[in-house]
Design a protein around this ligand. Sequence first.
Ligand code: 5AD
Ligand code: SF4
Length: 481
Amino acid sequence: MSAPDHPKKLFIKTYGCQMNVYDSDRMADAMAEEGYVAAAGPEDADLVLLNTCHIREKASEKVFSELGRLEALRTQREAAGGPDMLIGVAGCVAQAEGEEIVRRMPGVDLVVGPQSYHHLPEMVAKASGRDRTARGAAARAAEDGRVATDFALAEKFALLPRPTREAVRARGLTAFLTVQEGCDKFCSFCVVPYTRGAEVSRPVEDVLDEARELVAAGVMELTLLGQNVNAWHGLDADGRPVGLGGLLRRLAEIPGLVRLRYTTSHPRDMDDELIAAHRDLEKLMPYLHLPVQSGSDSILKAMNRRHTRADYLRLIERIRAARPDIAMSGDFIVGFPGETEADFEATLSIVREVGYASAFCFKYSPRPGTPGAGLPDQVPEAVKAERLARLLALVGEQTQAFARASVGRTMDVLLEKKGRLSGQLGGRSPYLQAVHVAAPESLIGTIQRMEIVAAGNNSLEGKIVTDSEPKSASLVESSAV
Ligand code: 5AD
Ligand code: SF4
């Protein structure tokens, strides 16, 4: 592309999960190759992309109100003689609603689903040359190349450019790396199998290459991403099948990479190899997000989760036998169709039985096209709200108890950035807790052994333990839970 007088600016607004955060970075990388730099906000952007989430109704409705605001901003700018602005929709709403978006919002210049991001630069080029005023609402979006929602995942990963070292550095010491995308589980409440398509795993060498590049650019902690990350599978160098545990072992060999995490997992895919990785790999952090969704067997069955309450509890026992201090995190849905008070109490009781360090709780939101949306016995909104409040109160107690139990313990904290107050740095404990500490900036990018001296609402306060060796790349936990 020919170099403009000043670089074009891109603003991406990201909704939803970490996979979208990763994808937004990859879209920024693709557009960086076309000369685009980051804009501070939509006001000074030439291209605004909304990277959207379709998981619950609220998430997807936000997109349409944001599009309305952006169109108003563009009209204002045009009236003031300012530059044009292209507006694009990416992510799961783009995939699920495709041309419907252009029908509802004819001013949208491009709609690109998660498996088509490698087409973004050419879509933007086409949109720049299109006459928006002549197009009108009746324009055939598919024919003018405004909508790309194909599923061709392998191609996407091969064709998307890697970030430059500078871009990686600017994004910080921790990075996401998508190793798996899509889902074949078809939980009856969930849109993911429809928006992200069938499960696809990236090959081992691909993942290792990307990880090595990230580490060479300064990344110290990697979080492997996948809608169903522990379903990842590949072949090792000898052509033997290998699961996520094996992949983590290979990644742990990369010098300079000091911490590994992964999310999100399904209980059915938590195999022996992966549990053993939690026992053996010092670099694999003792924190596991393993959603159960409900504690009631009849609801789990209706959700098509393919595991029982007892299966889940047995699994947690095995994981804790391998890594006794592991912090558990989960997702819960209240008010799935047919959920009785007794079913809901079974959810409360599984939360009590497991003891979560963190948990995400949602009211069931019927999603068009999923089996759950057509089930009888939908639960009234007021009942859902009341159950959510009770569940939130319980998990709130547990997360606070977990934070309080950290006080007095000594743990390794990866110092990532400046803290909110001057003279302070912020980092994460092995259990993904935010920790702040009084420390000089020169310690950013090191792991420090700290005593936790206080627990606030959202973060812990640490004090560097000075009489022990300062640590930079070892993660041994020193105190028992
Ligand atoms: N309604 C409410 N919550 C949902 N989730 C997924 N689909 C729905 C839905 N239709 C929740 C699940 C999942 C998390 C990412 O979002 O708990 O694990
Ligand atoms: Fe959705 Fe279930 Fe797949 Fe998770 S495992 S992405 S909840 S269908």
